[in-house]
Design a protein around this ligand. Structure first.
Ligand SMILES: Cc1cc2nc3c(=O)[nH]c(=O)nc-3n(C[C@H](O)[C@H](O)[C@H](O)COP(=O)(O)O)c2cc1C
Length: 173
C-alpha cells in the first residue's frame, strides 16, 4: 500500500473569487498528452480512467506522477492495488480515451488485455506504457496525487494523442 504523506484538507474553495469553471478553462491552455491509467481492485475487478495529469518526476529513482479525483468511482481500486499502469495514448486512440473518461462497469469489455505486475490490465496500441508501484499518495484538495515508481516500461514510435482546451488535437511536426 502507498504511503500517505498528508491528511486530507477540507474540501472547500478557500479563494471564493476563483470560479472553478473559469480556473479549469485557464488550466486547459496547458497542452498535454492523454493517458489511460489502469489497475485491478482487490476483488479482481479491472479499473481504468483517462487522465492528462500525468507527468515525469524523477529519472533516478524513476518516478512519475498523476492525480485522481476524490470522487472518481475508480479511486478505491487504485488504493487497493500496489500497482498501476500508465498508457500514453496514440493519435488514433480518441475512442479509447472517451471510453475511459466516463463511469462504466464495462470499460474493458471489447479490449484485449495482457496481465502486468500485480495483475494490472495492460492495453495495446499505445505510444508508451509504464508499470508502476504506487509509492506515495498526497491529498491535494479534491484530488489524490499518486507518485509511482516505474518498474517496467515499453515505448513505440507512434504519434501521440494531444489534448488542449478540452479538445483532442494532432501533433504537427
Ligand atoms: C482528456 C481527459 C483527461 C482527464 N484527466 C483526468 C485526471 O487527470 N484525473 C482525474 O481524476 N480525472 C480525469 N479525467 C476524468 C476521468 O477520466 C473521468 O472522471 C472518468 O470517469 C474516471 O473514471 P471512473 O469513473 O471509472 O472513476 C479526464 C478526462 C479526460 C477526457
Amino acid at each position: 500500500m502507498a504511503t500517505d504523506a498528508k491528511p486530507a484538507p477540507p474540501l472547500t474553495m478557500d479563494r471564493p473569487e476563483i470560479d472553478p469553471h473559469d480556473f479549469r478553462t485557464a488550466l486547459g491552455n496547458f497542452v498535454t498528452g492523454v493517458t489511460v491509467i489502469t489497475t485491478r481492485g482487490a476483488d479482481g475487478t479491472l479499473a481504468g480512467m483517462t487522465a492528462n495529469s500525468f507527468n515525469s518526476v524523477s529519472l533516478d529513482p524513476p518516478l512519475i506522477v498523476w492525480s485522481i479525483s476524490m470522487f472518481a468511482p475508480s479511486l478505491a481500486a487504485f488504493r487497493e492495488n500496489n500497482y498501476f499502469a500508465v498508457h500514453v495514448l496514440a493519435a488514433d486512440q480518441t475512442q479509447l480515451s472517451n471510453q475511459f473518461a466516463r463511469p462504466s462497469e464495462n470499460k474493458f469489455a471489447d479490449l484485449e488485455v495482457e496481465e502486468g505486475l500485480g495483475g494490472i490490465p495492460l492495453l495495446d496500441g499505445v505510444t508508451a506504457r509504464f508499470e508502476c508501484r504506487n509509492e506515495y499518495n498526497y491529498y491535494g484538495g479534491d484530488h489524490v496525487v499518486m507518485i509511482g515508481r516505474v518498474e517496467r516500461y515499453h515505448h513505440w514510435h507512434k504519434k501521440p494523442l494531444v489534448f488542449h482546451r478540452g479538445r483532442y488535437c494532432a501533433l504537427v511536426d
